[in-house]
Design a protein. Structure first.
Length: 334
């Protein structure tokens, strides 16, 4: 934790960068330590979020620990190196990184798009364990990809790193917006056996947000034309033993009845489609049930004849028969 003196010192230091950035046409170079890491690149990325013209600023590399040359060159800003205003290593800032300091002063510390990036850089900078699929390991491998005759093209590395940051940033912003939208459009039903159903009619883009909010199963629809729509049901990935076979059976029965199709001799529990009943498809693992989707588009005639409320009623009734002790066992790791 910072004391009052450290906080004041940090504010004074970051003011130097803010002053320069307000006159961005004077900044032509960004100085990093040699073999720049995630913190260097994210600091540059955050600056460019507010001052886009700096996205292509020239990179100058300095030996790690060497005093910044910023004072002798007013067109240069130093990041993450000894003596630069955004060197976080020697000022008692704890887990804070250079990127944290930059984001804080530029008013971007709470930007939802930056949160996963800042969290990753803190872990890297403090030698903490990362997930094996972290983009850090992609960034770490870029210098081996973009080099010639032993010289790394750090501009290309920076540009490719920014592309990765852009993808993470955009996804995080979308995730935050989806979480807000879910509060407006979701309808929740909690069954007595603790299954939580989230219904998001006409907003399929909110499915992941519903699972993040704790849904056991999500039912969503997507309009496809006048009185036609796709319908999908999927279970939470954390509940690996949750199957929709019985729900599939009941929905296929109801669909057949609507269309005047006999179900005699049909195995309605079997994954896949059940001809001659159109539309409904149960995944091989029993964890998703669809009647039209981007991966399995169907014609308007194949779209369900059931109404959303009829589908909801069948889902709730069928899932309510599952014993509570079975539901509780889904959340236990084997």
């Amino acid at each position: 934790m910072q004391n009052g003196t450290e906080t004041k010192m940090m504010e004074q230091l970051v003011d130097e960068l803010l002053k320069k950035l307000q006159e961005a046409n004077q900044i032509e170079e960004l100085e990093f330590h040699k073999r720049p890491d995630d913190d260097c690149f994210l600091s540059n990325y955050i600056i460019a979020k507010k001052y886009s013209e700096l996205r292509k600023a020239k990179i100058i590399l300095t030996n790690a620990g060497r005093k910044s040359s910023e004072e002798s060159n007013p067109s240069r800003v130093s990041m993450d190196i000894g003596g630069g205003p955004y060197d976080h290593h020697v000022k008692g800032f704890g887990r804070k990184t250079s990127a944290d300091l930059v984001a804080e002063r530029l008013g971007l510390l709470n930007d939802p798009g930056l949160q996963p990036l800042l969290a990753m850089v803190r872990k890297v900078d403090n030698a903490e364990k990362l997930f094996e699929d972290s983009i850090h390991f992609v960034i770490e491998g870029l210098p081996r990809k973009y080099h010639k005759n032993g010289d790394v093209d750090w501009t290309q590395v920076r540009d490719k790193t920014f592309e990765l940051f852009d993808s993470v940033y955009d996804q995080a912003v979308l995730k935050a917006q989806s979480a807000r939208d879910l509060k407006e459009y979701a309808i929740w039903v909690s069954l007595s056996n603790r299954i939580k159903i989230c219904k998001i009619l006409w907003h399929p883009e909110l499915r992941d947000a519903a699972f993040d909010a704790g849904a056991s199963v999500v039912f969503w629809t997507k309009a496809r034309g006048k009185n036609t729509f796709w319908a999908n049901l999927s279970t939470n990935r954390e509940l690996s033993n949750f199957r929709l076979n019985r729900v599939s059976e009941e929905l296929k029965k109801a669909e057949a009845k609507k269309r005047g199709i006999s179900t005699d001799g049909l195995n309605l529990l079997f994954p896949g489609q059940t001809p001659p009943i159109p539309g409904w498809y149960l995944g091989n693992n029993g964890r998703f049930l669809m009647c039209g989707s981007r991966t399995n588009p169907i014609s308007n005639e194949e779209c369900t004849k059931l109404t959303p409320s009829e589908i909801e009623g069948i889902i709730e009734k069928t899932l309510s028969f599952i014993p509570k002790q079975i539901v509780d066992s889904w959340g236990k790791k084997s």
